[in-house]
Ligand binder design. Structure first.
Ligand code: SAM
Length: 310
């Protein structure tokens, strides 16, 4: 069958099942043919083999069952790069790209190149945040050896994908991926009092990025079927109105005295917009003197909090 006929058919089949039947059909056929979408438009009369047509129709069935396109094709764009994803990782969201922008702004404004800098991405998933940051900093940073980066996750399966992405983007030598709860694996690997030649969190500039699960039970249960059925619940849902993991993370910083040991700390978290007031209240209970700056996503909803310790 010709490309144009296959596409016409699949667009019809996806009507009512996907908000974007044309785009979905084009992405799925492109992935089967291993060509870009422009190729489909410029070769409408090209015949697709029976085997490829069958594979394509199978993908359309998966899409009708609401499987997200990113999982079907195994990749998702994030900050101008294509990351591998699978059902163990969250699909990176466009708004999370704003974390990259904000960290880069902070970095260029506040980082002292003479000091060791530790970048810690907690709940790294596909590794999209930490890998994007390292790639962007590589473009501008002259003293790159002073920068150490860590990506951590509770999910060993997600870390397999993060390491795969790190290899693909050639950041393997810059980023250590560690398994464990929040800051625990980092504190174990880089204790505050290390052997003299090792890098330490002590006296370092710390940048901690976290897009941890932050949905409350009420918000989670109203998510679309494609999220509930296909994305890992452990990547999305948290207790204490969605703030449980962020509260635990701040408590880890406090009990390990990182706020006093580090030379400087900057934190940025992605949150759910309705949590703003609760975040202000709960975070101040742990660290009464921090400065908090909230900022909005593309839909003008409060989505990020930056925390400054001095
Ligand atoms: C919302 S996803 C974010 C993934 C990725 N950073 C992104 O922005 O696409 C949250 C991630 O946190 C991980 N996670 C959940 N609980 C955790 C914990 N206690 N410690 C470390 N990681 C955790 C999940 O496995 C998941 O990969």
């Amino acid at each position: 069958m010709k490309i144009k006929n296959l596409l016409d058919q699949s667009k019809q089949k996806l009507q009512g099942y996907s908000p974007t039947p044309d785009l979905d059909s084009e992405i799925l056929l492109s992935s089967i043919l291993e060509k870009n979408r422009e190729f489909l438009f410029s070769h409408p009369d090209l015949a697709v083999s029976k085997k490829d047509s069958q594979k394509f129709n199978q993908l359309i069935i998966e899409r009708i069952k609401q499987e997200p396109i990113a999982y079907i094709v195994g990749e998702k764009n994030f900050y101008r790069r294509t990351f591998t994803v699978n059902s163990a990782t969250l699909i990176p969201r466009p708004e999370t790209e704003l974390i990259i922008e904000k960290v880069l702004e902070y970095y260029h404004r506040e980082i002292y190149l003479s000091k060791n800098t530790f970048l810690i991405d907690i709940g790294t998933g596909s590794g999209c945040i930490v890998i994007s940051l390292i790639k962007e900093l590589q473009k501008t940073q002259s003293n790159f050896s002073a920068l150490k980066a860590v990506g951590t996750d509770l999910s060993a399966k997600a870390l397999v994908i993060a390491r795969k992405n790190s290899k693909k983007f050639e950041t393997k030598n810059q980023i250590n991926f560690l398994e464990g709860n929040l800051l625990e694996p980092t504190l174990k690997k880089y204790p505050a009092q290390p052997a003299p030649e090792e890098k330490s969190l002590k006296d370092s500039q710390l940048i901690i990025t976290a897009n941890l699960p932050y949905l409350s039970q009420d918000i989670y249960k109203n998510c679309p079927k494609s999220v509930l059925q296909f994305e890992p619940q452990k990547a999305l849902l948290a207790d204490k109105n969605g703030l449980g993991l962020y509260i635990e993370l701040l408590n880890q910083i406090k009990t390990n005295h990182l706020d006093q040991l580090a030379w400087n700390i900057y934190l940025i978290f992605e949150i759910s917009p309705e949590q703003k007031e609760l975040v202000e209240k709960e975070f101040k209970k742990i660290f009464p003197n921090i400065q908090m700056r909230f900022s909005q996503d593309f839909a003008q909803k409060y989505r990020f909090i930056e925390i400054f310790f001095k």
